[in-house]
Write a protein that binds this ligand. Sequence first.
Ligand SMILES: [Zn+2]
Ligand SMILES: [Zn+2]
Length: 337
Amino acid sequence: MHSHHSHSVDYVAHGVDSLEDIVARAVKMQFKLYCLTEHMPRLDPKYLYPEEITGKSDIDLKTLQMKFRGFLKHASEIKKRDYSTKFIIGTEVEGCDTRHIAYAKELMGQNSEVLQFCIGSMHHVNGIPIDFNQEEWLKALEVAGNNLKQLVIDYFEQQFIMISELKPLVVGHFDLFRLYCSKDVFIDTNSGQRVEHTHPAALCAAEASFIDLWPEVKSLALRNIKFIASYGGLIEINTSGLRKKLRDPYPGREFAILAKSVEGTRFVLSDDAHGVAHVGVCYNEALAYIDKVIQLDRLHFIEDTSGNIGVNSISVEDLKSQPFWNRYNAVLQGDSR
Ligand SMILES: [Zn+2]
Ligand SMILES: [Zn+2]
């Protein structure tokens, strides 16, 4: 079993458990591959999360730099240990603007002996975080003219700039904008404009099928998916969506099925853990999703062969019969005792 994406409280403010504890859990669960992928530092105080702000932004930005250096050192030490789990080190890139995209390239170059790949992610739209809380997400919606269609268009346009520039091996949580599509937010199905729930064309945002409603969104998503396939990028099925009580992991079924229809699309699996309880979280549900909803035959994973990163795959049938699942259930039951 594999996970291509994780964090820890040692190196990110919203983490839950230490990197050592997360690593120990991944080993205990008998993961074959577990990727350690802390966030790259952000350069501009406007992208700091509320929980990172102390009032002295130069110090806050320096803290991010210091933590990232600490992560590189610590993860390198872990990698050298003789575990049955293989650890691959990467970084989760912030695709928020061109300056950060250029900086991501620079970081990958400067630390090429440690960082073996990157996850290309978008956490901000028009400078506002869309994954922090409902309030911030609503602010992002407001900046997009209180129009959900526009928010999603802006997200995919910025994602395209990031993937074009960086060609990240893994594309993180492809449709993260879904996280706070709340059932309390209503939109006009035609225009995407936020409306009162009494509006005749009102639809609650949590139920919006972006692809069916808006052909522009579909074509931008399709463009991005085709581009990812063209350079050999991998789309992660990220179970943090399920952990955060969405119906599906990222990408949700409409985008996952759209991606599957594109020749060359390859999916990998990630838990995006921030704590011990997140390691392998909802992998049983994700397996059902992969098997029954997207109906994939194969799942891909990255591999480190003498320092070179490659991509391999396993059939979903073989994945289902891995001894991992016996261990998985035992470890989860151990948790609830
Ligand atoms: Zn992320
Ligand atoms: Zn992450």
